[in-house]
Design a protein around this ligand. Structure first.
Ligand code: NAD
Length: 446
């Protein structure tokens, strides 16, 4: 990565922060701190630009590859849909096209991969990349199951590679400020957290259709149970099927529940109990993931955490047409004995504005300061330090969401042992920690 590019990235970060201050979005004292924190790791060579490959060239994959192209060279793209792969190759100046990620990972000139595949592919691709000696930026939710997460965390430790989870709210100063205030007692004793997530769709039934010629549907399904092709199971819509994901509880929960754990300092741990209620039934033959729900977690610190779906926001997080500003919009609300703070993308508020604006004098807890999620990944490629959302954090944030989905599926209260990562005396619930993989996919073949 060359100096000019590196510092162009840095000045982008600074101008974002300065604009934030000008618009009074964040308190000025905090913006000043953010600017001084933005010191990139030293370059090992001034001309060094890491070689990157994108695996999974859908909407998000191409978005993160665009971000990565500020700081590295995207030399290869891979997708089981050849149309998506060729579109990405055009976007990244003729990056070489692959269909099979295992072939791509044989390349010796590759430093890191970006994983933009659907959730049911994250772990196998990530494990294969680590084994091939590549660093990884993987989209959230990091895993499909808790068992996958345990294996991934172990593989990252053993390999010494870098893994950044794509829960980018970790690098949004607004969320960090809220977490840091909570951690330092600005709200007195923290009593409740409410994470509000966009509700999922209740559509269906869907009909099988001919698969597009450019798509290898069997490869796309991978470890998941085989089904006839229908567009609603595939691109974008996969997240509303339990075969491939957990619905908005894992999709958005990997962002907002991640913030809840961060604010409690429990992002390498988890809850003690979980229970939940599905609020409306899915349509027979349609999407299977819970779309509207209420989940409640309790923790050893006594905090009660409710995770609710809202129909006031679209699945993309923007307000539904006609939704009132005062409706329940997605975000995270922290309540304590001294007031509350609500934080979401682009906005935060508090029961008393002073709770947000008063500087933190001699705080006991300082959180990992990253103001650019992809930039932090590239910094860590050089420094070899753990990124802001490293594997264990990404795994635990996904786990809390998976626990919610399991409680919704079982419809009863479950007790969780976060140290052992298993349900307490509950064989049925423990049966949901892993999934049987469809042949030929196994952990061992990677
Ligand atoms: N961090 C964020 O804010 C954010 C936003 C959107 C999506 N995401 C995450 O990104 C991931 C992708 O979401 P999307 O909306 O871009 O989905 P998408 O369906 O648009 O793209 C996924 C792509 O992966 C390809 N693919 C599937 N299996 C593959 C395999 N084995 N090898 C190579 N390519 C394969 C698909 O053909 C498709 O092109 C999801 O896990 C999602 O949760 C994160």
């Amino acid at each position: 990565m060359s100096e000019p590019t590196r510092f162009a990235g840095l000045s982008d970060r600074r101008s974002f922060l300065t604009r934030s201050a000008a618009a009074a979005i964040l308190p000025a004292w905090f913006v000043q701190e953010c600017v001084s924190q933005d010191k990139p790791a030293p370059l090992s060579s001034p001309n060094e630009r890491p070689h990157i490959a994108l695996i999974g060239c859908g909407g998000r994959g191409r978005g993160i590859a665009q971000e990565a192209s500020r700081l590295g060279n995207v030399i290869a793209v891979c997708d089981v849909d050849t149309k998506h792969a060729h579109e990405a190759s055009k976007q990244f100046k003729g990056a070489q096209v692959y269909k099979d990620f295992r072939k791509l990972l044989e390349r010796k000139d590759l430093n890191a991969i970006l994983n933009g595949t659907p959730d049911h592919w994250h772990t196998l691709v990530n494990l294969a990349a680590l084994k091939a000696g590549k660093d990884v930026y993987s989209e959230k939710p990091l895993t499909l199951t808790i068992e996958e997460g345990k294996r991934l965390v172990a593989a990252v430790r053993e390999s010494g590679r870098i893994l950044q989870t794509g829960s980018q709210q970790r690098s949004d100063p607004r969320f960090r400020l809220a977490c840091e205030l909570v951690r330092n007692g600005r709200l007195g004793k923290l009593t409740r957290i409410t994470t509000i997530l966009p509700a999922g769709p209740y559509r269906g039934p869907f009909k099988p259709t001919a698969r597009p010629a450019e798509l290898d549907w069997d490869f796309w399904q991978g470890q998941a149970t085989a089904h006839e092709y229908m567009p609603e199971r595939c691109h974008l819509w996969f997240r509303y099927w339990l075969d491939y994901s957990g619905g908005t509880l894992t999709d958005w929960g990997a962002h907002h529940n991640d913030i809840a754990l961060w604010a409690m300092g429990l992002d390498r741990s988890g809850p003690e109990t979980v229970e939940g209620k599905v609020l409306a039934k899915s349509v027979e033959g349609g999407f299977t993931a819970p779309a509207q729900y209420e989940v409640e977690y309790t923790y050893a610190n006594g905090v009660r955490h409710r995770c609710l779906s809202t129909t006031a926001d679209t699945i993309f997080g923007s307000p539904e047409r006609g939704a009132k500003p005062e409706a329940l919009h997605h975000g995270v609300k922290f309540e304590g004995t001294a007031g509350w703070i609500f934080v979401t993308r682009g906005h935060s508020e508090a029961s008393d504005p002073e709770l947000l604006s008063r500087p933190l004098s001699s705080p006991k807890v300082r959180l990992y300061a990253s103001n650019d999620h992809m930039g932090n990944f590239f910094d860590c490629l050089r420094s070899r330090k753990a990124p802001v959302c490293e594997a264990e954090i990404g795994h635990r944030s996904a786990s809390v969401c998976h626990l919610g989905v399991i409680a919704l599926r079982l419809g009863r209260k479950l007790r969780w042992d976060a140290a052992k990562e298993e349900f307490v005396d509950d064989r049925e619930a423990n049966g949901y920690l892993a999934r049987e993989m469809r042949k030929p996919w196994t952990y061992d073949m990677i």
